[in-house]
Design a protein around this ligand. Sequence first.
Ligand code: UD1
Length: 429
Amino acid sequence: MDKFRIKGGKALRGTVAISGAKNSALPVMAAALLTAEKVTLHNIPKVRDLITMSKLLAFMDAQVSITEMPASDYVIETPKLNHAEAPYELVKTMRASVLTLGPLMARVGVARVSLPGGCAIGARPVDLHLKALEQMGAEIGTSHGYIEAQAPMNGKKRLKGAHIVFERITVTGTENILMAAVLADGETVLENAAREPEVTDLIVMLRKMGAQICGDGTSTLRIRGVGELHGTEHTVIPDRIEAGTFLVAGAITGGDLTITDCAPEHLGAVIAKLEQAGVRVDIADKTTVRVRGAKKLVGADVTTEEYPGFATDMQAQYMALATQAEGTSVISERIFENRFLHASEMMRMGANISIEGHTATVRGPAALSGSVVQASDLRASAGLVLAGLVANGETLIERVYHIDRGYEGIVEKLQGVGADIERVHGAGS
Ligand code: UD1
């Protein structure tokens, strides 16, 4: 298993370019299943989850052409969809495989998708996806660990439009049902829908394919089903979590980073919080933001929320920053039940953190010392990298396969702005 070795203490300076958003690329790749025609996608980040998604689409008999491996441009064509199934072997490595459920139901009216099961950050059920599909007329059962779904046998095997009110906001749930509804009979209304920029990116692409959707960026989406969708070309939006992670990297090391190819308009909550903590952030233009570390960081409380609130996917990185801030920062995790695993690793590095339920109280500044630590999930790994960048001496992060799921070339990008970090290759995975 690969590890990262980091020697802390270097202020990061220079320019770093942000890749495409993993969480946008996943649904738009799944959406390619909705048409028999060619879909060309650009700015797909070179990360493991997208390779997993391309394997999944290929399993269903989609032709996925890429010019290099890993690639940032994908051409996907599914003239015939023969296996409406997402097998356990792929789903267990990537929960977002469940995003094929909606497109499969819309295109062929039947789907067999492995149940994702729990993961390190919580139980993460998909009950709301299933309930919504049932409202659209699907018959759903589970057997042998698989979701087995079938559209109504009304001759056409088509789902029917429905009025769906999500009990709680779900990002992939909203995306799944959007993709199911674009080819359903009649109108679907989604209330309490997720407003994440990645949902809007999917809507933009679906509309280019001929879908009729309105309400983007609001919590009520209206979809009028159409007979069929056609091919398209689409460029995914920049990754706001990667951009946020580099903002914290600049801030925590007291550096000066210019972050390009990003969308500052999606970074509002993170930028506001960093400014509250004493960090200087300047938006240079529509795709560039500059961060300069403060002489003194000050503690600021954070509560994770759905977009446009502070993203749960930035919580671990913010916690790393809070360990270096003077005073107390209270971090409340409202989205996932078990998302503080990185805290105990940071405590092993010398951080002063106490956890009670969904709240972590961080008292700083604490002098962190390099240690051997374990990554537990994708964003937790990023938090540990940031802690390693300011720790005294050497930090060794184990299980970095988590970070490879979602951060393109993080070692190279950090080296490019002066970090002392290297990947140590190990056997096995
Ligand atoms: C997506 C993101 C992930 C991010 C999360 C929250 C992708 C591929 N992943 O995950 O990076 O951390 O949004 O912003 O886009 N829930 C249920 N029942 C359901 C669905 C969700 O109870 O059927 C709960 C979840 O357990 C969680 C909360 O709702 O507590 C929000 O989850 P959700 O928005 O669905 O997260 P994901 O879409 O899985």
